[in-house]
Design a protein around this ligand. Structure first.
Ligand code: FAD
Length: 518
């Protein structure tokens, strides 16, 4: 069985025994990558349970340095989570609900810590939302069993996605491996089950006695970032300014986008200088905003209840959020994708280049391909990159430099503030042609054409590559090939590190040989 089936099986098989568990003195909700109070299914259910039993709701978040390490979480993201926790703690305190933030160094110890905390608090009910990475699913299966031994009723529910993994099947009862039919099925499923978009109730205030009784829990502090995930002062300030934390910020961004930009989304979304996208991925990824809420609110500003109708900008935006669900479904069904394996087995034998110098130039934005360099510098500065540019740099790494796509996948996770295993793995697999429903391997982006098409005036390049700011007209896309080499060289901008035409042929040959196709 897959880890997700093991977890769902463990929850189902323990249901009877759990039903006999007594009320206890409190209900505990365990926050993970769902750092919000509003429209949080697990939290809402925990709050309801507490209210009905007339006992307090207590919350916990576990800082796990080993998890950060295993998931290659970027320091920018760790910082974002810690800033969000401070806001969450303050907001929960207004409901007289404490949030305990505890560092547990070894992640294997997390189930033991949680059951220990429940015992210490006399809590007999523990709630959380499900995460779909293998280790997380296995941990929750373990926790289900451990809780039962300790007479604790553990509920783990689907909240991170609009449609839970495993619900959409092809005509032959299989998991979809192609986005378009999957998306049609996703749309149909949500139309048939509109309650999937309903907002979950926010928990009410705790009984007044909770303040005194759990005073020590309110006093608990947010720990600093683990040593190897710490940001320098300048970076800390920069990211706090670029990416303010917390669910209020997320809601503000969402309404601003829906009021001002969504109508133009479909026309502008591929142009990195146009500022046409929502810049909201960090909030979906850290859970400061529910994907469900984004879809619902977008639908509510449309002139139809149909998710794939009405304004093309709105329908287009909803379909992008659906990609997020798609990749989570893929991860839950084919968990080996998070074990460093390509989705398609035959893509394991492609012979990659090993060239540290090329990788360094790629990651530092020094390849001599202005659009690639602009994008990598955006990533290094903002911990974020525009989607079109993510595809361009990923294709460039895998097909022009012929470096293993997993190096790029890892670099992205280590630097993105919105790093999300399923979306990142899916995006890299798409661009490198090794993933689920990918670009065909013989479709190789020409960085020059991409640049001319999506950054025609060179505005994005000029913003991120100051060495080329004075280059006029179309030469911005290829200064050395279009008569502006002297200016580029004077300003220290490098020559192209490879020749795209030669690389294209090399990639075609290697991919063909690797996957055994003539
Ligand atoms: P918008 O265009 O406003 O889209 C709205 C939301 O839809 C996003 O916030 C995001 O949650 C979701 N979304 C949009 N496009 C995609 C997509 N292609 N796949 C999955 N979800 C999508 N997204 C991440 O959240 N984390 C990652 O680690 C990540 N890595 C990527 C790596 C590569 C190589 C590629 C090609 C794409 C990756 N993406 C990732 C998807 C996408 O680039 C970002 O979600 C998007 O750029 C975020 O900007 P936005 O919030 O303005 O998006």
């Amino acid at each position: 069985p897959r880890p997700i089936e093991e977890l769902e099986g463990a929850i189902a098989s323990t249901a009877q025994s759990r039903a006999k568990i007594t009320t206890g003195n409190a209900v505990v909700f365990w926050f993970k990558r769902d750092l919000r109070i509003r429209d949080n299914k697990g939290l809402s259910l925990a709050g309801k349970k507490a209210r009905e039993a007339g006992i307090p709701l207590l919350c916990v978040f576990v800082v796990s340095p080993q998890d950060y390490q295993a998931h290659l979480t970027s320091p920018a993201r760790v910082d974002f989570e810690l800033r969000t926790l401070a806001i969450l703690k303050r907001d929960l305190a207004e409901l007289d609900v404490p949030l305990v933030v505890e560092t547990i160094v070894k992640r294997k110890k997390v189930p033991e810590y949680l059951t220990g905390l429940c015992e210490e608090l006399g809590a007999r009910h523990l709630f959380c939302n499900i995460e779909y990475e293998v280790d997380e699913l296995r941990r929750e299966t373990l926790l289900t069993k451990r809780c039962l031994e300790k007479d604790i009723d553990f509920s783990a529910v689907h909240d991170d996605v609009v449609v839970a993994p495993g619900r959409l099947k092809t005509g032959t009862g299989n998991q979809y491996a192609v986005y378009s039919p999957w998306f049609r099925s996703w749309i149909r499923h949500v139309h048939e089950n509109p309650e999937l978009l309903d907002e979950w109730e926010t928990p009410g205030k705790n009984p007044p006695s909770a303040r005194d009784k759990y005073e020590h829990l309110f006093d608990n502090h947010i720990p600093p970032a683990p040593e190897n995930k710490k940001l320098g002062d300048e970076e800390k300030e920069r990211f706090a300014h670029l990416w303010p934390a917390g669910e209020h910020e997320a809601m503000g961004r969402l309404s601003k986008f829906l009021n001002e930009k969504i109508g133009r989304y479909q026309a502008g979304r591929n142009f990195p200088a146009s500022n046409s996208t929502a810049l909201i991925s960090v909030h979906h990824s850290a859970g400061t905003l529910a994907a469900r809420m984004s879809v619902r609110e977008a639908r509510n500003v449309n002139n139809t209840k149909k998710l794939d109708g009405g304004n093309p900008g709105i329908a287009g935006w909803i379909s992008e959020i659906a990609w997020r669900d798609f990749y989570k479904h893929v991860l839950a069904h084919w968990p080996y994708v998070c074990m460093n394996k390509p989705f398609k087995y035959e893509y394991t034998s492609i012979e990659w280049e090993y060239n540290d110098d090329h990788f360094d130039k790629w990651r530092n934005g020094q390849t001599g391909f202005p659009i690639v360099d602009a994008a990598m510098r955006q990533l290094n500065h903002m911990a974020y990159m525009h989607n079109r540019c993510r595809m361009i740099v990923a294709s460039f790494l895998a097909k022009d430099l012929l470096l293993d796509w997993r190096l790029g996948e890892k670099y992205f996770m280590e630097h993105l503030i919105d790093g999300d295993f399923a979306s990142n793995n899916g995006g890299w697999g798409f661009s490198a042609s090794t993933g689920v429903d990918p670009q065909p391997y013989f479709r190789i982006f020409n960085p020059l054409l991409q640049s001319e098409k999506f950054d025609a005036d060179g505005e994005y390049i000029r913003k991120w590559v100051p060495e080329l700011r004075d280059v006029k007209g179309k030469a911005i896309h290829d200064p050395y090939g279009r008569g502006e080499g002297k200016l580029a060289a004077k300003n220290g901008y490098p020559k192209p590190v490879v020749d795209h035409k030669i690389c294209r042929e090399r990639a075609l040959a290697r991919y063909k040989a690797g996957i055994g196709r003539d």
